[in-house]
Design a protein around this ligand. Structure first.
Ligand code: GAP
Length: 445
């Protein structure tokens, strides 16, 4: 997958010509489209199709007060151990899990780098990136890069609730970059220091929170299945008391089975019942009133919060892995050939339609361009006239393009094109006049 991602310009190391930066990745033309399609599907399901959820975008840099009140300055840390022999640093809980079978297992740890068993005591390492805003670097100019998008929805709760006139149950959603100075990032885009999240805070009346929690666990699982992840590769895992975050009443993870990787079953998304922890904390720290006035009952109460918190970049990896298929298919002479195909849901595919003139000859070009111009206003399309038609089909199979439209010499006479389906490889002849509606029926939004 890493090789395919680089060769096809999906995802590759950042600043590679300078040697790159550990576990930091750039998204090329196709990777960007794929990731944005994942986000767009999330936004469509979580915001556009719901009348009780609204969106927002918060600044990435925030003042210390936000992160003091949220508990991140005190609690958002991982246990770090350093090898006394080679000075490499590791996450203690990950080493225990890898070497002793559980995060809290007792026993001596060996350094994965040099093999020595000389670790000092673990210390808590805060994961937030700190910087300064403005030309003076002193304590008063300290700002933090957000480690989660969630706090924006709590800090802006009152303003958004008033402006949108929503009443609980209602949600505020946000997607965008978050930053964590992970001790051991890795596994391609699974765990990086700069990543994207898709989070929604759903504000409900206390007492209804447990039912809403279950509602969102079911809804989020269904989202991945609807977008093509095989159900047998998904499961729900309950957090034990010892792993609950400082704010959480109950959390479950949606886990995905990352086949053929060291990740195995691992977290895709966390769905937490945060109770009234955050609104209370920010209300106390800022003095702002962050409760809800329930007019019919003439009561004030602080909403409880259910939070489906997904990783956009991590979900992109899961969609890629689940779609990646190598299969044997007969060629024109009936001989079996291997083909690699990304069986992405068409809604996620970076390119929806490829327009392929059968040859580079001048006679085909005007009609092929006409077809491309017709389709490009509807979907992300590609125009490709180089190499044999078979190779071009294979190229588009490999990046998951659902349809290839071929313009041949008959097209000039009969004004019809051949539409090839990525998965079945079936080809049908469709008049150019009917092409947009033919594809629209097969390319859901
Ligand atoms: N607001 C709650 C929260 O941020 P989280 O479980 O820490 O919860 C939510 O993060 C999701 O964000 C994770 O399930 C994962 O998909 C993604 N995520 C977290 N850290 C990440 C990292 N270092 N790299 C990539 N994705 C990450």
């Amino acid at each position: 997958m890493v090789e395919l991602a680089k060769r096809r310009g999906l995802v590759f190391p950042t600043a590679e010509i300078y040697g790159g930066v550990r576990a930091t990745w750039d998204y090329g033309p196709l990777g960007y489209e794929l990731k944005e399609n994942v986000k767009q599907q999330w936004w469509r399901t979580m915001v556009q199709l719901r009348d009780e959820v609204v969106g927002m975008e918060q600044a990435i840099l925030g003042p210390s007060q936000v992160w003091e009140a949220s508990g991140h300055l005190a609690n958002f840390s991982d246990p770090l151990v350093e090898c006394a022999a080679c000075h490499h640093r590791f996450r203690e809980d990950h080493l225990r899990e890898e070497q002793l079978g559980a995060e809290d297992a007792e026993g001596d740890l060996s350094c994965p780098h040099c093999g020595e068993q000389q670790f000092g005591d673990p210390r808590n390492f805060n994961l937030m990136f700190k910087t300064h805003s403005g030309p003076v670097e002193d304590d008063s100019s300290v700002v933090w890069m957000r480690p989660e998008t969630a706090q924006g929805m709590f800090v802006d709760f009152a303003t958004i609730q008033r402006a949108s006139r929503k009443k609980p149950p209602f949600g505020i959603a946000q997607m965008g970059k978050s930053f964590r100075n992970e001790i051991t990032p890795g596994n391609f885009i699974f765990r990086t220091r700069e990543f994207e999240q898709m989070e929604m805070e759903y504000f409900v009346e206390p007492g209804t929170d447990e039912d809403w929690h279950q509602y969102w666990i079911d809804a989020r699982l269904a989202w991945y299945v609807d977008l093509g992840i095989r159900p047998e590769n998904l499961r729900i895992r309950e957090h034990g008391d010892d792993e609950l975050s400082h704010y959480a009443k109950r959390t479950v993870d949606v886990e995905y089975f990352f086949a053929d990787t060291s990740l195995g079953w691992n977290e895709l998304e966390g769905i937490a019942n945060r109770g009234d922890f955050d609104l209370n904390a920010h209300s106390e720290a800022s003095g702002a009133n962050l409760d809800y006035f329930d007019q019919p009952n003439d009561e004030r109460w602080t909403p409880f919060v259910i939070e489906p918190a997904a990783g956009a970049t991590r979900a992109t990896l899961a969609f890629l892995i689940d779609a990646h298929t190598v299969e044997q298919v007969p060629d024109a002479k009936g001989n079996l050939q291997e083909r690699t195909v990304l069986k992405l849901d068409p809604r996620l595919a970076p390119i929806k339609v490829a327009v392929l003139p059968l040859s580079k000859k001048d006679e085909l070009r005007p009609t092929a361009r006409e077809v491309f111009d017709l389709l490009k206003v509807e979907w992300m399309c590609d125009y490709d006239e180089t190499q044999s038609i078979g190779r071009r089909y294979r190229r588009h199979d490999e990046i998951g393009t659902p349809f290839c439209v071929t313009v041949d010499f008959d097209t000039i006479e009969d004004r019809a094109v051949t539409v090839r389906d990525r998965d079945t490889m079936e080809q049908v002849r469709v008049p150019i006049d009917e092409l947009v509606s033919h594809l629209r029926d097969r390319l859901p939004r």
